[in-house]
Design a protein around this ligand. Structure first.
Ligand code: UD1
Ligand code: CA
Length: 453
């Protein structure tokens, strides 16, 4: 028998007015990735065969993000916000095209885990036609309540506004995530009306309709913080906090030492090896890999970078996209590296800007060195050979090549290539006048005394 198809429908049509933003709500980011991106990723992790995303009219940027992350996803536009059932029906063509299991996810509920979706599918395998993801709410106000029978079967979902006093005392709530294995699902959804206090088509009415058709409905429970819905920026920050806690725990479980975990900020895609030590106040933007044994000292900002095995970074270092550091590289305080590959054991220990180029293995870049990579129009490269030594406070004007083993004298402005093993320096001749300072002080003291009379 062919595998039953599994389709996720992600609802993203809500305007998100409470975000007070020009950007659609679901494109706001948690750990460097849009909320929509998180939900798409989770759907992909649990191997959905088909993905449909329902957006509102004029949400081109949401469509673009969907296309970028899931090129095969089908996009549907819900012309009017008539409720969650209407939103799902906006994807009716996708449901008709792929009869099988369907799961409805909200793009503004980004923390749901693929294991949890797996548990919903298991409930379908266990004979439920509808499985609803529920949670016990600390404060259930506003949520739909899950009304269950003594045997645990789900009888109905009652929206807060339509609930009786007794029903409102129920704390088991609807997360909004529903999985269906219904024969004739489209027909069931079309049966949902809008005779309720909001005049909306409630997806939650599917429960009573399914039961009337003799189908069983089940509840799968999860923790409240997994189904936090984001409507405003304080909730976005709350989701960020939950996500960061997860990532820190994960990094530690995989063998990294975080001295003050609550001060380290990961991106959705940060990769951390074993025996990595991360000191307090480190921020990872997207695209960072930290290999085994590397040490990141306090107060570093790192994005789009690879940090090689046993490398040492910081304190107070900034690694920008394209910083590709091989094993044993040392980057010290107030050093910025962008789009530079550094070979094994290369060092830039203090106060430098290395932008666009390459630094050979074991090369040493002195304090205050600047790669002058930009002339206002184009960016050019500085290439430094293995074992070269660049003296402090040197300006290296790109395009420039400094040979292997070469020396650059401190304080030089280097504009021409330096051959292997040569010394280049560019500075005016030092003048020294013996005894000058003593004479100067005597002269100035006499002048001061004369003035005071
Ligand atoms: C919904 C559930 C409620 C549940 C709560 C969990 C219904 C009727 N109610 O209520 O039981 O406790 O979520 O947060 O389903 N959306 C559309 N198009 C629409 C309406 C909604 O795309 O026409 C999307 C929204 O963007 C949002 C999601 O569906 O992502 C939920 O819609 P919302 O109106 O916030 O539902 P709630 O009233 O919170
Ligand atoms: Ca000079």
């Amino acid at each position: 028998m062919a595998e039953r198809s599994f389709q996720a429908i992600i609802l993203a049509a809500g305007k998100g007015t409470r975000m007070q933003s020009a950007v659609p709500k679901v494109l706001h980011k948690v750990a460097g990735r849009s909320m929509l991106g998180h939900v798409i990723e989770t759907a992909q992790q649990c191997r959905c065969d088909h993905l449909a995303v329902v957006v509102g009219p004029g949400m081109e940027t949401v469509a673009t993000e969907t296309g970028r992350l899931a090129p095969a996803a089908a996009l549907f536009i819900q012309t009017e916000q008539l409720g969650t059932a209407d939103a799902v029906l906006a994807a009716r063509d996708a449901i008709a095209a792929h009869p099988g299991d369907v799961i409805v996810l909200y793009a503004d509920t980004p923390l749901i885990r693929s294991e949890t979706i797996g548990r919903l599918r298991a409930a379908l395998d266990g004979g439920a036609a509808v499985a609803v993801l529920g949670f016990t709410a600390a404060d259930p106000t506003g949520y739909g309540r899950l009304l269950t029978a003594t045997d645990g079967d789900l009888l109905a979902i009652r929206e807060h506004r339509d609930a009786s006093e007794a029903e409102r005392r129920v704390t088991l709530c609807n997360s909004g995530v529903l999985a269906f294995r219904c024969p004739d699902l489209l027909d069931l959804l079309r049966q949902i009306g809008n005779a309720n206090s909001k005049g909306e088509y409630y997806l939650t009415d599917a429960i009573e309709i399914a039961r009337a058709r003799g189908l069983r409905c089940a509840v799968v429970a999860c923790a409240e913080d997994e189904v936090l819905g984001i409507n405003a920026r304080d909730q976005l920050a709350g989701a960020e906090a939950i996500y960061q806690r997860r990532r820190r725990t994960q990094a530690m479980a995989q063998g990294a030492t975080l001295i003050a975990p609550e001060t380290v900020w990961f991106s959705f895609d940060t990769r951390i090896g074993r025996d990595v030590v991360i000191e307090p106040n480190v921020f990872f933007g997207p695209g960072v890999t930290v290999e085994d044994g590397a040490e990141i000292k306090a107060n570093c900002h790192i994005e789009g970078a690879r940090i090689g095995t046993n490398a040492r970074i910081g304190p107070f270092a900034r690694l920008r996209p394209g910083a590709d550091l091989a094993a044993d590289v040392h980057i010290g305080n107030f050093v910025e590296v962008k789009n530079v590959a550094m070979g094994r054991g290369a060092k830039a220990n203090h106060l430098a800007y290395l932008g666009d180029g390459a630094v050979g293995a074991k090369a040493n870049i002195g304090a205050g060195t600047i790669f002058c990579n930009y002339d206002g129009f184009t960016k050019s490269k500085t290439v430094i050979g293995d074992g070269a030594f660049v003296g402090s406070n040197s300006s290296l004007v790109a395009p420039l090549r400094i040979g292997a083993g070469a020396y650059v004298g401190s304080g030089s402005v280097i504009t021409k290539d330096v051959p292997d093993d040569a010394l280049s320096l560019e500075r005016s001749v030092q003048e020294t006048r013996d005894g000058w300072a003593g004479k100067f002080r005597t002269l100035m003291s006499k002048r001061k005394a004369a003035k005071a009379k």
